[in-house]
Write a new protein. Sequence first.
Length: 130
Amino acid sequence: MNHFALKMRFAAFPRLWQAQEGTAAIEMSIGMLVFLTAIFGVMEIGRLMWAQNALDYAVQQGARCMLVGTCDTTSAPTTAATVSGFGFDSSVFTATTPSCGHQVTASYNFAFMTTLVINTPLTLTASACM
């Protein structure tokens, strides 16, 4: 390649470096990435808090159901899953009668819908004894 062709090839770089036609698009893409990550993060953390609250409520209602005598250790997990409002399966709950009274425990593997925030599932647990 001769000297003139090489000079013409690299002569466009200073002009490209000083050009500002696409800066708004680049700034918008960076800003939008940060904004969407924050929005999805808040949504996922809110969903996680909802699941933990629903799990706590469900085990309390399952233990209460056993306490008042309307269910036993076999039907309390189904009752807890029904009243949770989150859509837990009844296999998440376990009902026993230890020395503290009537106990319902739960363990649920919470998986995030988006992998932007956290990619590994978390295990949520709850227990109530009445």
